[in-house]
Write a protein of this length. Structure first.
Length: 217
């Protein structure tokens, strides 16, 4: 219900996100800012002000572009490797190409969880976020595949049609990913452990804080 309750907010945010991608330079930071806003709503039930979105874009500018470059490298290498092995006179070509496609698909499924995990962490380390995302996918492959298919359908509709974009499609995708990560953390008891740890810290005079680097599910 949180997405529908904030329909106007997510519509405006999605349009700003789209305009940022037209500049190319601001696309990745806008994506991380969008996921950060979705994380606050999915986990804390808080809406984000425009100033928070702008601050998040500045905060995540470097790490968002590192994430983007890694994905561009994978996108560039995948067809090159497939073409290379297709030309080799080997009976193992089909097997190798299938393995490459599987690994490429796994990479992009992992990316669906990576940015929400980064928002979950106290220290914004991309490698740790990717590790936890990979653990999540390997621990719950069925859950991850179904979620990825749903996300892919929504993304394809948003690209092919204008209506999903105007209805806040990017925000819905970000919320979907953040809710999925939150659900996995609760399912594996990691969220409860973090809450108990924070409560114990508060009882001892320390300030409780959200979980930093959650251990791999």
């Amino acid at each position: 219900m949180d997405w529908w309750d904030a329909w106007v907010h997510w519509t405006g945010t999605g349009l700003v996100w789209f305009l940022c991608w037209l500049t190319l330079l601001l696309g990745p930071p806008a994506t991380f800012s969008l996921v950060s806003a979705a994380y606050r709503m999915a986990v804390r039930g808080e809406s984000s002000h425009w100033r928070e979105l702008a601050a998040d874009a500045r905060r995540y500018f470097g790490v968002s572009w590192l994430w983007m470059v890694l994905n561009l490298i994978v996108l560039a290498l995948a067809p090159l490797n497939l073409n290379f092995y297709a030309r080799l006179p080997s009976p193992w070509n089909g097997l190798i190409q299938g393995l490459l496609l599987l690994l490429t698909g796994l990479w992009f499924v992992v990316q669906l969880f990576t940015v929400p995990f980064l928002m979950e962490q106290k220290h914004k380390h991309l490698g740790i976020a990717m590790r936890n995302a990979l653990y999540t996918v390997l621990a719950a492959p069925g859950f991850s595949i179904v979620l990825s298919i749903v996300a892919l359908i929504i993304a394809a509709l948003s690209v092919a049609l204008v209506a999903p974009l105007l209805l806040g499609g990017p925000g819905f995708l970000a919320l979907l990913a953040c809710h999925a990560v939150n659900e996995r953390l609760e399912t594996y008891g990691i969220r409860d452990q973090a809450v108990k740890s924070g409560a114990k810290s508060g009882a001892n005079g320390g300030a409780s804080s959200p979980p930093g680097e959650p251990p791999g599910p």
